[in-house]
Design a protein around this ligand. Structure first.
Ligand code: KMH
Ligand code: ZN
Length: 275
């Protein structure tokens, strides 16, 4: 089996210090959290950025400042900026970090009812526009799917030339408005992607570690982090993103899965080696 790629989603756009005081907002806090995850075994940092007061932003200058600061401490890590941003942002606002030509970025493959009146909008034209931008700039998309229909959308848009193969999916499971994080749902999603595709699973809340184990056993990859879950175990807040990654590493070792370095992750995902 391939080595396990661990992605750490250190920050998110919605989770707050009220949920866990270690959620990072400032540059220094983002570096602290990225470093803790990297040192624990994460090879990819999925990155949202905030201003110091916690307000989410897609400002490319803020991304650059934080990415440069992370690279200083974690020189070979893969940074995967979000193009999802936060609910209500415009497409061009969301796409700003792609101007920095990151190796990867997220590409959200459908619209989601987050709850109340909140709708995370990704029309077909939005997905095409984002897909074209990533092809133009040589950015590998992590295809974020919150439901089975979003896999079907990605496959249709691949046929039309908006997404290249081999595809890399992220099954985000257990989000309000999306597919739940039950094992039967995981089996359904992982059976719905092409055989040459790779995937990561991001279980939200209580689904985080059970789905991590499912992916470890199945040969998939795992995302953990404060964006998805702030607890190390029931009722126990994680002190850092690193603690969440450490738990995945322990689980992986129990099942005989080795952890991929960033260089190995690049190879598995078909990214260029870092110079
Ligand atoms: N914050 C959500 C609205 C992504 O990073 O691409 C979108 C999100 C997905 O987190
Ligand atoms: Zn995200």
């Amino acid at each position: 089996m391939e080595k396990l790629i661990i992605t750490a989603a250190i920050c998110g756009a919605e989770v707050l210090k009220e949920h866990n005081p270690a959620v990072p907002y400032t540059v220094e806090e983002c570096v602290r959290e990225a470093k803790s995850a990297y040192e624990a075994g994460a090879s990819i940092i999925h990155l949202h950025v905030r201003y110091d007061d916690g307000a989410p932003t897609q400002d490319k200058n803020r991304f650059k400042e934080i990415m440069d600061a992370i690279y200083k401490e974690c020189p070979d890590v893969i940074i995967q900026p979000s193009t999802g941003g936060a609910v209500g942002m415009s497409n061009d606002e969301r796409l700003q970090p792609t101007e920095l030509n990151p190796e990867m970025a997220t590409l959200d493959c459908g619209t989601l009812n987050f709850g109340g009146d909140e709708v995370f909008m990704n029309t077909e034209n939005t997905i095409k526009y984002f897909g074209e931008r990533m092809i133009e700039r040589g950015i590998k998309p992590e295809l974020e799917v919150f439901d089975k229909s979003m896999i079907d959308m990605a496959l249709r848009l691949h046929k039309k030339g908006f997404i290249k193969t081999p595809m890399h999916f992220d099954f985000v499971m257990g989000v309000n408005g999306g597919i739940s994080g039950e094992l039967r749902d995981f089996v359904f999603l992982r059976g719905s992607i092409p055989s040459d595709a790779t995937y990561t699973v991001a279980g939200v809340g209580r689904y985080e570690f059970p789905l991590a184990v499912a992916a470890i056993i199945d040969g998939g990859h795992v995302r953990v982090g404060f964006e998805d879950n702030v607890y190390l175990s029931k009722g126990v807040l994680a002190k850092s993103n690193g603690e969440l990654v450490q738990k995945v590493v322990r689980l992986a070792r129990e099942f005989g899965r080795e952890i991929a370095t960033p260089a190995e992750a690049r190879k598995i995902l078909g990214l260029k080696p870092k110079q």
